[in-house]
Design a protein around this ligand. Structure first.
Ligand code: F0G
Length: 536
């Protein structure tokens, strides 16, 4: 008899607790709704969709542990109990490796020993890490809770830009292995240039049957390009360096620990703060565990601890690897490089806190509800569990493998949270040109015929028509199928694979697309109207 492991199929990691019925919407009804919503994926009612791969953000299922925590949510205006629990959960997750304190259990177990609660949760002090505590968080704030990732980005860039602009002669550049669209938009909105340094092997072919054997870490930052940028523009023109884990803009590919270390070395050499965009930190850690030499026997929390030991701070959307419906944050090392560099006339943390209060609310809730704070704190413990992470990774991988087997040009190996199609290859042999926005036409057809929603991340989203020939080199032509966490099963994937294959086999019928309204808008893929042009 084969052992459990020898069966070659992963043991299930969870079972559903709540069921939501999908409505029987007809093709004609979807066609009508598409017309009335200007053919925009972002304007189409979610309730009319069978399988929604638009985003993995905030749309996941919460676990029973999270729901239990949610009931302990405290909506007090100042210093709700979840605030303390969340700060401890963040210290546990990013700094304590295999030795978490799990102070959340004090609340969930109904602890009534006041001395214990005060000593272990409410009246503690911390300094020197990403999350000062007690008096140090008051005098040198370095942890900022906000509603979502882009709020953290706004807080960071809108606060440092005026400090940088005091030197009027310098044009500033922030390099990243792949800026997410809101990160880039927040940087640009503050008069700083955003530079993508994708790994050179990103679009290389990879066999679908080798995804379990090796991984080329295509999400890495191009190290030589980073050195060149610093040399060319000068150290003073680079406020900080960003690394996004996993690299959403570069097909959701993971970043290796070795690459993180090498970027850290360069940052150290030039005395530049290194930051993570840490949205999918635990999924990235799981790739390091599976594929990087020396990490197989290390736990996810230990790998996460090492990853974060190389950075000076991070922004994060907890709507991804926090398993939360809402949440974001900005954290930087107490008395670290960022703190020194930007505390010119005033402590940078005090400045940031002022803006946080002005924009989002008191620092102990930062625009989140007490319920969301508790669900998020619990989620941070759920998201580093290997059984969960492996099931999720295998689900995305299986989706990519099935598409690959059907001859669909999918970017391989699969990334952590989504499957991406290479639309340049997809349209080979047709008359579709890059500025016909064929990827958008494909998503319209997929939604119209089969009730499946995906999103173009290519020439339309990244505004090909507004870019210079030089800038156009940095625009990939992809369509993304993002997998919400703990939501879909193999049947949803099989349905999607069959639908995608059918459209691929009829690709000459996919319409070209024109922007009918708002072509000039910023972040236009969320806002514009579209018009598909059918051939007959
Ligand atoms: N950084 C990355 C890498 C992201 O993927 C996202 C969001 C953000 C920052 C912004 O976070 O949405 O909480 O404000 N990505 C979602 C997606 C929206 O679908 O990829 P947010």
């Amino acid at each position: 008899m084969k052992s459990q492991d020898e069966l070659g199929v992963a043991v299930p990691a969870n079972k559903p607790l709540i069921v939501r019925t999908i409505k029987k919407v007809t093709k004609e009804q979807r066609e009508y709704a598409l017309k009335k919503t200007e053919y925009s994926m972002f304007s189409f009612p979610a309730d009319l969709i069978f399988v929604d791969f638009l985003s993995d953000s905030g749309s996941g299922t919460m676990t029973d542990f999270q729901w239990a925590a949610l009931f302990h949510g405290d909506e007090s205006y100042a210093r709700n109990k979840g605030y303390y629990v969340l700060l401890e959960a963040i210290r546990d997750t990013f700094e304590r490796g295999n030795n978490p304190k799990r102070s959340i259990n004090l609340i969930l177990s109904g602890e009534t020993n006041v001395k214990k609660l005060m000593d272990e949760l409410y009246i503690t002090t911390y300094e020197g890490g990403f999350v000062n505590g007690g008096i140090h968080q008051l005098t040198r704030p370095n942890a900022f809770i906000v509603p979502q990732g882009r709020c953290a980005e706004h807080l960071l860039f809108s606060t440092i830009a005026p400090i940088l602009k005091q030197n009027k002669d310098i044009i500033y550049y922030i390099p990243n292995n792949g800026h997410f669209d809101t990160t880039e938009a927040n940087i640009v909105a503050n008069g700083i240039k955003a530079v993508n340094l994708f790994s050179g092997n990103l679009m290389d072919d990879f066999p679908y049957d080798e995804m379990d054997k090796r991984n080329p870490f295509k999400g890495n930052m191009d190290l030589r390009a980073l050195e060149n940028l610093i040399q060319e523009k000068g150290v003073e023109a680079i406020p900080l360096i960003y690394v996004t884990i996993t690299n959403n803009t570069a097909a959701g590919q993971p970043v290796s620990m070795n690459n993180i270390k090498e970027v850290h070395k360069i940052a150290k050499k030039y005395n530049l703060p290194l930051f993570f965009d840490a949205c999918r930190f635990s999924e990235n850690a799981n790739f390091i565990k599976e594929f990087e030499d020396g990490y197989k026997d290390r736990s996810i929390p230990i790998i996460v601890q090492e990853m974060f030991s190389y950075v000076d701070g991070f922004t994060i959307s907890f709507k991804k690897d926090g398993l939360a419906n809402m949440g974001g944050g900005f954290f930087f090392k107490d008395k670290g490089l960022f703190h020194k560099k930007f505390s010119i006339n005033e402590d940078i943390g005090i400045k940031l806190k002022e803006k946080q209060i002005l924009t989002f609310g008191n620092d102990s809730y930062g625009g989140m509800s007490g319920r969301d704070i508790m669900a998020l704190a619990a989620g941070l413990y759920e998201v580093v569990k290997e059984t969960y992470l492996n099931e999720r990774k295998n689900q995305v991988r299986e989706f990519a493998r099935k598409l690959g087997q059907n001859g669909i040009p999918v970017i391989l190996p699969a990334g952590g949270h989504a499957v991406y199609l290479n639309m340049n290859k997809f349209f080979e042999g047709t008359d579709m040109k890059i500025d016909d926005f064929g990827g958008v036409g494909f998503t319209i057809e997929l939604l119209k015929h089969y009730g499946i929603r995906a999103v173009e991340l290519g020439p339309f989203a990244f505004e090909w028509d507004k870019k210079t020939p030089e800038q156009r080199k940095g625009v990939l032509n992809l369509v993304r199928f993002a997998m919400p966490r703990n939501v879909y099963s193999a049947s949803h994937i099989d349905y999607a694979v069959a639908a995608i294959t059918e459209i691929y086999n009829n690709k000459d019928k996919i319409p070209k697309v024109k922007v009918s309204r708002g072509a000039e808008l910023r972040l236009r893929h969320f806002q514009t109207g579209l018009q598909p042009i059918y051939k007959n």
